[in-house]
Design a protein around this ligand. Structure first.
Ligand code: IPM
Ligand code: MG
Length: 371
């Protein structure tokens, strides 16, 4: 019996999560698969009502589950960053989900490339460090002290930044940070994955020609890990990478990328594969509790309209099943999605007419047919 914590979240989150739940239901009806779930209201509504983001008791409760299934977090009524940092990133960091795996296979015939190409890229985005640590602040009149803290399972880092400029201006800082042990465990995971799929080359992305303090440590670890593992690797600067992903995505198979650039290139790549409506992500802690979500956000302006593609979320369910050790069922979900598309059902983002609910139903029907 798998215990799943369900966080529908904000905006269109609840609508797409409902379709993911339909898929879990049809699996439990047709296969030897049992799950139990509990829904949590950890979202903007609760925040607006109570002022609470993620509470200690939420974390304690969530810690009792095998996995977390998340819709989306974000709301126009709240200042940017509050919910994102206070809920989504807080969960990623608390559960030490240091890997963000975002598979990007080409979804024929929805790919947006002008030429015919075949590709299947797995992006691994580092998920707890880099410029995402939330350490920074402002000083006015060119002077001030910032006491910063980054608390992770691997360390509790305190940084004091003493600013002293000769201009009485406002200055803002956003500190990036990486640690050797975290990069090491991240690289280990990516190397294990490439071994699993029989791929011998890893593309490592960064901007070491400019942010050479942070990314020289990143490169040092990658060089060392790949040498020991007998793995080939090569570096791409992120600017060149964005171009290459549009021009020749078929040159890439396994891509490793720091947190911030990973955020950017995975949206770009999702569009190339067929759109954000098809892109799932897994926030992975191989030894702990992982969390699965669509890459797209809460899209508040589409809330309640039934026009959002639930496939990204359904594919997040596939990743969740894989992660729980049920690759057999993950495969069933994948084939269900493919089957639904092949039967001509797709949502507006892909040029079709299906509503969110009809798309979910078509996947369910395709899964039933596989039996
Ligand atoms: C994503 C999102 C988040 C991120 C935001 C909502 C904090 O864009 O999952 O890609 O930047 O990681
Ligand atoms: Mg993003």
């Amino acid at each position: 019996m798998f215990k799943i914590a369900v966080l529908p979240g904000d905006g269109i989150g609840p609508e797409v999560v409902a379709e993911g739940m339909k898929v879990l239901d049809v699996l439990s009806e047709n296969y030897a698969f049992q799950f139990d779930f509990q829904e949590f209201e950890i979202n903007s509504e609760r925040y607006l009502r109570t002022g609470d983001l993620v509470r200690e008791d939420d974390l304690a409760q969530l810690g009792k589950f095998d996995t977390i299934f998340l819709g989306a977090i974000g709301d126009d009524r709240v200042k940017p960053g509050v919910l994102e940092k206070g809920i989504l990133l807080a969960l990623r960091f608390h559960f030490d989900q240091y890997i963000n795996h975002r598979p990007a296979p080409l979804w024929k015939p929805f790919g947006r490339l002008k030429r015919d190409a075949d590709f299947n890229i797995d992006v691994f985005r580092e998920n707890t460090e880099d410029y995402y640590i939330g350490a920074g602040g402002r000083v006015s009149n060119g002077k001030g002290v910032l006491d910063l803290r980054v608390k992770r399972q691997l360390y509790d880092m305190k940084v004091r930044l003493e600013a002293n400029a000769d201009a009485a201006d406002d200055f803002a800082f956003e500190i990036g940070m990486m640690s050797r042990k975290n990069i090491e465990r991240f690289a280990d995971h990516v190397i294990d994955f490439s071994n699993l799929i029989g791929e011998n080359y890893i593309t490592v992305v960064d901007k070491a020609n400019v942010c050479s303090n942070i990314y020289s440590l990143w490169r040092e670890v990658w060089d060392d890990k790949c040498r020991r593992a007998g793995k080939e690797h090569g570096y791409m600067y992120v600017d060149a990478m964005t171009m290459a992903l549009v021009k020749n995505p078929d040159k890439f198979r396994v891509v490793a990328v720091p947190n911030m650039f990973g955020d950017i290139i995975t949206d770009l790549l999702a569009e190339v594969t067929g759109g954000l409506g098809l892109a799932p992500g897994g926030n992975i802690n191989p030894q702990g509790i992982s969390m699965f979500e669509p890459v797209h956000g809460s899209a508040p302006k589409y809330k309640g309209m039934g026009r959002i593609n639930p496939v990204a979320t359904i594919l997040a369910v596939k990743m969740m099943l894989d992660n729980l050790g049920r690759r057999d069922l993950g495969e069933v979900v994948f084939r269900g999605v493919r089957g639904a598309f092949d039967s001509g059902v797709y949502t507006q983002d892909l040029g079709g007419k299906a509503t969110t609910g009809q798309m979910g139903d078509a996947v369910v029907a395709a899964i039933q047919k596989l039996k």
